[in-house]
Design a protein around this ligand. Structure first.
Ligand code: NAG
Ligand code: NAG
Length: 317
């Protein structure tokens, strides 16, 4: 039996969401690649965290320059997927995106064995359902309200599991299970994020969101209380901004624009930036040699003193 607390952790996003302003709570934002400002004239911490991930960047800061370069050389081999000796934009973009996905993978790995009871390194839908909901669906569990809640959570999970399960074999690989738990991180799961949002808000079940449903999602009138002013702003927001085609409803496309805004692709920008700074022969791809010549932009090391390095560079010019 899986503790309820664990079950709760997958819904934590929903809970946290209520603490932020109403109109924001359903938006899935992409975090930046680093908390440091991206200003290479003051150091490369942003690039290090983007290229290595936060934890790994810290590890590299403890290494000597030699160790740091050695490890960087090994990383370059891993980035070069087709082993042609060049890192192109798409290889670097893929690498950076996956560094950022690591905290998610760590979370999945942490809970993996709780679900994978038969230890075949896969999680069948039945396995997940059994572990997560088994007790609550049991005859003996007779709290009617709770049972209804768990049944609707189960239906939502099943729908999402089926979307994540790309080959439709009813069994999730690690990658598919990650997509199940974190659908907003995967392009092929975006439609399910939109669908779940609509299902949450669409009380009359016509498959789209009208103004009353939109407002009802953030505000329930108390007896005798007059409507707060910010709701007027929200109403305007709905008709002027969210309802792009002005038909009085939010459909799937409009909900997608709302909850999954096409934000800057930070990994794409960073890949372009690193290549631009490193590509001395201007062929738009970079070699291990070019990367190592510019190693302290990619990784840190104990001896890296940004102030000094930059002054030195300046003098050399
Ligand atoms: C970059 O490399 C990948 C293989 O790792 C290849 O599929 C892709 O076509 C390359 N892109 C360009 C623009 O050469
Ligand atoms: C479901 O749970 C029960 C009791 O814990 C167990 O006996 C059964 O084998 C499980 N089924 C699956 C498919 O994991």
């Amino acid at each position: 039996m899986i503790p309820l607390k664990l079950l709760g952790s997958f819904w934590v996003l929903v809970a946290v969401a209520f603490a932020v302003p109403a109109q924001e709570k359903r938006i899935h934002h992409h975090a930046d690649l680093s908390d440091h400002a991206h200003d290479d004239s003051h150091g490369f911490q942003y690039d290090h965290e983007a290229f290595l991930g936060k934890e790994e960047a810290k590890t590299f800061d403890q290494l000597t320059p030699e160790e740091s370069k050695d490890r960087l050389a090994k990383i370059v081999d891993r980035i070069d997927i087709d082993k042609d000796g060049y890192i192109n934009h798409s290889e670097l973009h893929y690498w950076i995106k996956h560094r950022q996905r690591r905290y998610i993978e760590d979370n999945v790995n942490k809970h993996w064995k709780d679900y994978d009871k038969n230890q075949d390194d896969k999680i069948a839908w039945e396995e997940y359902k059994n572990t997560t909901y088994g007790y609550y669906l049991d005859e003996e569990f007779d709290d009617v309200d709770d049972k209804a809640t768990y049944k609707s959570m189960l239906a939502r999970d099943e729908q999402r599991f089926k979307s994540a399960d790309r080959d439709q074999d009813g069994i999730a690989t690690r990658e598919e299970f990650t997509a199940f738990l974190h659908p907003e991180e995967f392009d092929y799961m975006k439609h399910i994020v939109v669908q779940e949002t609509i299902q949450d808000i669409d009380k009359n079940g016509d498959g789209k969101i009208d103004l009353d449903e939109y407002i009802g999602d953030m505000y329930t009138p108390e007896n005798g209380e007059s409507e707060p002013e910010w709701l007027q702003t929200e109403r305007k927001h709905f008709s002027e901004f969210r309802d792009v085609n002005k038909d009085g409803f939010l459909d799937g496309d409009e909900v997608a624009q709302w909850v999954l805004p096409g934000e800057v692709d930070h990994a794409d920008n960073e890949a372009k930036h690193l290549i631009h700074e490193t590509d001395t022969d201007k062929d738009e791809k970079i070699t291990k040699k070019e990367i190592l010549a510019n190693w302290n932009m990619f990784v840190g090391s104990q001896a890296t003193n940004y102030g000094e390095d930059l002054t030195k560079r300046h003098d050399e010019l």
